[in-house]
Design a protein around this ligand. Structure first.
Ligand code: GLU
Length: 513
């Protein structure tokens, strides 16, 4: 029988979940569902110094918001719990001790000052990246250099120590990554990583490998930034005797800056005015608030669709995928190796597509909500009509209000650029006649308004292009928007006439006509 696929998302609660982290979670989830396997959430909180209150809740809320379901985790429980590393402390130490006993790890007693001196010594000798490794360990205070009695005495006296991995001196470490193929490291590139810290807590490397093994993880799907840790993990699997049960690895490509020049950072997001967090995040330490996709007005389905394409493609032209469709289409083979540019315009495009699929009634809820917050009343049918007219032009739910304010408030200012280029004698003539004509009618529908305008244009031998923007300006105060005749219909005869009168009075006194 095929082994059940078991994957995990293993974030550290050190702050807001980065959008790249959410992509990792998504790929894990899709793969688990596709393979009929299990998706685990494991909170990697062994680094107490980096613990940030609220971060774990933030992660859970982000996953839930985009529809990533967890099968086993701190909330769901499961057969291999607890799913929080701080609650699994006891199990790590025995493995660290086993490694020491079998000669694959050792105790090190060096003080921070001594480590610093070593680094300085190596830097002075022009060593590019000073490491605690097969060569330098011989000059340090550890159970490989000190006499056995002294080691015992130091341990018995309660002197602080760490346990370090004994990386073999000359060995090739290889990994057949599902995305990158064979990756190779020479052991001289790897340093003797700390596995247990002096506070008795395991480091990421030890806890991660032990837990992946104990939780029977079959595939480790994670960001490329963890690739340099992979050889350490490969060595740990080997030394712990788990080589044959090692999970398969898939390291996901980096998310790059919009111009493709380097890794995407919070600073790029600030510079270009977009979010790189799924939800708004208020840093409890600094009090700073960073924006989130949810608060920016992205729909969760649109964000999922945007994220999945950052590193994966279906091999077809199809772009819009529901979660169900993604589960069917997803495969690790179609994950690319090279970094993907983060193009926020693509995210906006997806959002537009998803908004368009909603009914006018659904869309009107966004508008009605905004109106309620502003204490503006509007009957639901009118809100629906406004949304129907604006639908093709909106990117975010908030745009119905932001771009359609003029449905509720008469213009208080007029776009200067349009005034100077389009408010001409000709336009004023047509607009005045148009107003007089609709005044005579009982009410004005879009079709009727159009016919009326065309008749006046024809009579005066003026082309519509010379007038339309000025008329829009008079009615809405802006130079662009959805079909003007529809706007006029929604505003109604009286309001349209009033607005045109006002514009004629204000603009004609300002501009030489
Ligand atoms: N705790 C690591 C993180 O914060 C997990 C990396 C891994 O998946 O191995 O992303």
């Amino acid at each position: 029988m095929e082994k059940e696929v078991r994957v995990r998302f293993a974030p550290s609660p050190t702050g807001a979940l980065h959008i790249g982290g959410l992509r990792t979670a998504l790929y894990n989830f899709l793969f688990a569902r596709k393979m009929g396997g299990k998706m685990l959430l494991r909170i990697e909180d062994t680094d107490q110094n980096r613990f940030v209150p609220g971060a774990e809740e933030y992660i859970l809320e982000s996953l839930a918001w985009v529809g990533i379901q967890i099968d086993e985790g701190p909330q769901q429980g499961g057969p291999y719990g607890p799913y929080k590393q701080s609650e699994r402390k006891q199990s790590y130490k025995q493995f660290a001790l086993k490694l020491v006993e079998e000669g694959n790890a050792y105790y090190a007693f060096d003080t921070p000052e001594e480590l610093e001196q070593m680094r300085e010594r190596l830097s002075a000798a022009k060593v590019v990246s000073p490491q605690y490794n097969a060569i330098t360990r011989a000059t340090m205070k550890n159970s490989l250099t000190l006499p056995e009695d002294e080691v015992k005495a130091r341990l018995a006296s309660g002197e602080p120590y760490v346990i370090r991995l004994k990386v073999p001196r000359k060995e090739e470490v290889r990994l057949n990554d599902l995305v990158r193929g064979w990756v190779m490291w020479h052991s001289s590139q790897i340093d003797d990583k700390v596995l247990m810290k002096s506070d008795g807590m395991p480091t990421y490397h030890l806890a991660n490998v032990v837990d992946d093994h104990e939780m029977k993880i079959t595939h480790v799907i994670r960001g490329e930034e963890w690739l340099p840790s992979a050889p350490v993990h490969v060595l740990l699997y080997k030394f712990l005797g788990w080589e044959n049960e090692m999970p398969q690895f898939a390291h996901l490509p980096l998310l790059l800056k919009p111009d493709g020049n380097g890794k995407l950072s919070k600073r790029d997001a600030e510079k270009h005015g977009f979010s790189i967090f799924p939800l708004q995040w208020k840093d409890p330490l600094t009090g700073e608030t960073a924006s989130g996709f949810r608060e920016d007005g992205y729909l969760p389905d649109a964000l999922v669709n945007f994220l999945v394409f950052l590193g994966w493609n279906p091999g077809t032209q199809q772009e819009i995928f529901s979660m169900e469709e993604l589960i069917k289409a997803f495969s690790i083979e179609r994950i690319g190796k090279s970094g993907t540019k983060f193009d926020i315009n693509k995210a906006k495009w997806f959002n537009q597509q998803y908004l368009k699929t909603k009914t006018d009634k659904e869309l009107s809820q966004y508008l009605l909500n905004d109106l309620k917050n502003k204490n503006i009343s509007c009957n639901p049918e009118r809100a629906e009509r406004i949304c129907a007219v604006m639908k093709e032009r909106v990117t975010f739910p908030g745009d119905f209000w932001n771009e359609g304010k003029y449905f509720f408030e008469e213009p208080v200012a007029y776009d200067e650029g349009i005034v100077s280029s389009k408010w001409t004698n000709e336009a004023v003539l047509i607009i005045s006649e148009f107003k007089d004509a609709i005044k005579e009618q009982k009410n004005i529908g879009a079709e009727q308004a159009k016919i009326t305008l065309n008749e006046i244009l024809e009579k005066n031998q003026v082309k519509i292009g010379k007038v339309l923007q000025a008329l829009r300006l008079a009615v809405t105060g802006t130079g662009a928007g959805p079909d003007l005749m529809q706007i006029i219909e929604i505003l109604g005869k009286d309001e349209t006439v009033r607005r045109i009168d006002k514009a004629l009075a204000i603009l004609n006194s300002k501009v030489k006509v």
